[in-house]
Ligand binder design. Structure first.
Ligand code: ADP
Ligand code: MG
Length: 393
């Protein structure tokens, strides 16, 4: 895979796929511009070297047609502020008018395309759209790590129609950290997995069973594992169709001698909406009308002890319903333990990142991935469609 620094970009038209899929509020204002900032190294590098720069991104899910609420205009404004210069925003993604703007670019000039998902061909990876995106382009640079688990036209398809492709700085950084965690982690290697979407996390667990020394489970996912062991967990969130695979994972962990830990105690409530703790327990069965919403103090102590000795930590998924103050303690304490461990720590997942920011320890995490789904998929399969597209060139 080529890196952007391997390209001779002066005077060349460079199409950069960035991930400007930023969260917006009800008024359409940008709530957090971390993703825009994360793409600045590549943008600044190319502009300084005299490239003619075209930026493309999606924003939200516009269903294949223009949706003014999901225009990249607010992003253009923020990017212009961050770069301290005017930037030209194209009215569309492809077409005559856009081609005219592309052709009119000067060295060091910058054109931001409209939301690529305004075209139905984007998510279908339609070769027609890919070809049009590639019109007049000398190099394709993918810096959109957070979108690279999607085989879409501006991420994957375009690579077939551009003579040379390369990874940008953000892509390189993400891949380097995650590859290191997968292939040459300093030991002990501890994985912390929680959250609600067991489905997405199972392949991650399966892969980490071959690599990690300790796997610490929390969040709703734990209750699918307890159910698999025959314990009654009241009305805790369980994914019934994942029970069989949970059993297999428990067996495999034993076989592989991985220290696979489930919570030792639980914070129980009658409902998440109530926002109050009914009791803390270390025993099954849970009362029928109660559900587990956080790890208890014994679990915090045990997990923190293991985390303190770790040299590498991968964390995805909060350990409880951290959005509710009464159920946030486990996640906050684990965030502090990770921050103070001195280990190389890597965090991915939208809610996990929010939790770490909430705990105020974001600065102490070695690498906060800009991609939630992408980082999970990378940890599961060790590559992504967007990376494969660059590698096959
Ligand atoms: P990420 O976005 O970091 O990948 P997920 O989306 O998988 O994480 O899970 C985050 C969600 O899981 C949070 O909204 C949190 O409230 C929820 N959650 C965590 N623990 C529990 C639990 N015990 N019961 C129900 N929901 C939980
Ligand atoms: Mg989430």
């Amino acid at each position: 895979m080529l890196f952007v620094e391997d390209l001779d970009v002066k005077g060349k038209t460079v199409f950069v796929r960035v991930d400007f899929n930023v969260p917006l509020n009800e008024k359409g204002e940008i709530r957090n511009d971390m993703r825009i900032r994360a793409s600045l190294p590549t943008i600044n590098y190319l502009l300084a070297r005299g490239a003619k720069l075209i930026l493309a991104s999606h924003l939200g899910r516009p269903k294949g047609k223009p949706d003014p609420a999901l225009s990249l205009k607010p992003v253009a404004k923020r990017l212009s502020d961050l770069l301290g210069r005017e930037i030209v925003m194209a009215p569309d993604v492809v077409g005559d008018e856009v081609n005219k703007l592309k052709a009119g670019l000067k060295e060091g000039g910058l054109l931001l395309l409209e939301n690529v998902r305004f075209h139905p061909g984007e998510t279908k990876n339609d070769p027609e759209l890919s070809k049009k995106l590639a019109e007049g382009i000398d190099y394709f640079v993918n810096d959109a790590f957070g979108s690279s688990h999607r085989a879409h036209a501006s991420v994957v398809g375009i690579a077939d129609f551009v003579p040379k492709c390369a990874a940008g700085y953000l892509m390189k950084k993400e891949v380097e950290y995650l590859r290191k965690a997968l292939h040459s982690p300093a030991k002990p290697y501890v994985a912390i997995l929680g959250g609600a979407k067991t489905e997405d996390k199972i392949p991650v667990i399966e892969n980490l069973l071959n690599k990690a020394d300790d796997i610490l489970i929390g969040g709703a996912m734990a209750y699918t594992f307890f159910t698999a062991q025959g314990f009654s967990v009241g009305k805790s969130l369980v994914e019934p169709d994942k029970i069989e695979i949970a059993k297999k994972i428990l067996n495999k962990a034993k076989e592989k001698n991985v220290n696979f830990l489930l919570p030792l105690d639980h914070v129980l409530t009658s409902s998440i909406e109530s926002g109050t703790v009914v009791k803390i327990t270390d025993a099954f069965p849970f009362p029928e009308d109660l559900m587990g919403v956080d790890i208890g103090p014994k679990t915090i102590a045990k997990y923190s002890e293991i985390i303190a000795k770790a040299k590498t930590i991968v964390w995805n998924g909060p350990l409880g319903v951290f959005e509710t103050p009464a159920f946030a303690r486990g996640t906050m304490k684990i965030a502090e333990a990770v921050a103070h461990s001195g280990a190389i720590s890597i965090i991915g997942g939208g809610d996990s990142i929010a939790a770490v920011e909430k705990a105020g320890v974001g600065q102490k995490i070695t690498h906060i991935s800009t991609g939630g789904g992408a980082s999970l998929e990378f940890l599961s399969y060790e590559t992504l469609p967007g990376i494969e597209a660059l590698e096959k060139k």
